[in-house]
Design a protein around this ligand. Structure first.
Ligand code: 3HC
Length: 295
């Protein structure tokens, strides 16, 4: 099994917001990155956004021009799981669907070398259950990044029931190599951060649903009253309302307490396709200018 310093080739699966951010971090840390997505348009968008993000860092003097261009060159786009056969570490950041992730872990287990570590960026799905789809449960682990990954300073590492101490140590030092602080969670629904964050977001929806206040006042209250960078409703739009709903359902089913029951307004928005910033409409509308908040 690879130690942190031996992790030279990293496979990242899923070229969405999280996958691109993770690929950028691994490339900037000197790894050869294989960025996998079946959708070639998503790969092109990811490479454009990673390049822009790295060049912004270079323009601000936080990265040399050479390091920036070298990092971009270290990312290779691929389209099949077979292309990941030489990866030392694979991090998946695909859709939050347990069956789909399990199927992916079955394929990764067959294709990757025996020493490879398989990690999931899941927000809340059980690492133990994902690991049980493989014949190497001791080498399966959760690496939960936060959005936007290049900016957020944390990686939450989740140990499945069988994750070995060696794998935990390797992933912890690798996360530190990416410049992140690490916390460790046992494998219980929502882990640490989402277990605490999602009930707050849900409560903000209840406050809006029951007419306590306007969305702007709820968000301003939490921004200025508790010094959060974004209010909970804006943050929900930023995360994706579908992701918030799916995490709340995992908390509700897994912990069996009604306090995690998703607010009907959140459910209705998701049913209506109002998924947040990525769709141009969530609690707020982002139709004209992505950063502007409109009622
Ligand atoms: N990629 C790279 N850099 C980015 C970026 C991105 N996607 N978004 C913003 N930045 C950079 C900007 O370039 C800027 O850099 P500078 O200060 O050096 O010029 C800096 O971040 C600040 O950006 P802005 O001035 O545009 O905007 P803000 O000051 O509002 O910061 C934010 C944006 C960092 C997103 C901030 O609003 C924030 O921290 N929001 C909360 C984010 C959060 O809580 N994320 C966690 C969500 S939970 C999660 O992901 C878990 C999941 O399981 C649900």
């Amino acid at each position: 099994m690879a130690t942190a310093s031996e992790i030279a080739a990293v496979g990242v699966i899923g070229a969405g917001q999280m996958g691109s951010g993770i690929a950028q971090l691994a490339a900037a840390a000197g790894c050869a990155v294989l960025l996998l997505d079946a959708d070639s348009a998503a790969l092109s968008r990811a490479v454009a956004s990673i390049s822009a993000s790295l060049r912004r860092l270079a323009a601000k003097g936080q990265l040399s021009q050479t390091a920036c261009e070298d990092s971009i060159k270290r990312i290779r786009c691929v389209s099949t799981v077979q292309d990941l056969r030489d990866a030392d570490l694979v991090i998946e950041a695909i859709v939050e669907n347990e069956d789909v992730k399990k199927q992916l872990f079955v394929e990764l287990d067959e294709i990757t070398k025996a020493s490879a570590i398989l990690a999931s960026n899941t927000s809340s799905i059980s690492i133990t259950r994902l690991a049980s789809a493989t014949k190497r449960p001791s080498q399966v682990i959760g690496m939960h990044f936060f959005n936007p990954p290049p900016i957020m300073k944390l990686i939450e590492i989740i140990r499945g029931a069988d994750t070995s101490d060696e794998v935990f140590a390797a992933v912890k030092s690798f996360s530190e190599r990416l410049g992140k602080s690490v916390i460790c969670s046992q494998d219980y629904p929502g882990f640490i951060v989402n277990r605490i964050l999602m009930p707050m977001i849900n409560e903000a929806f209840w406050a809006l649903y029951t007419g306590v206040a306007t969305k702007e006042d709820i968000d301003t209250g939490m921004k200025l009253g508790t010094n959060h960078p974004m209010g909970p409703l804006q943050l929900a739009d930023f995360i994706g309302l579908d992701v918030c709903l799916s995490v709340l359902r995992v908390l509700h089913n897994g912990l069996g307490d009604n306090k995690y029951s998703p607010c009907p307004l959140l459910v209705q928005y998701v049913d209506a396709g109002r998924l947040g910033k990525k769709r141009g409409l969530g609690v707020y509308s982002y139709a004209q200018k992505s950063s502007s908040l409109k009622p």
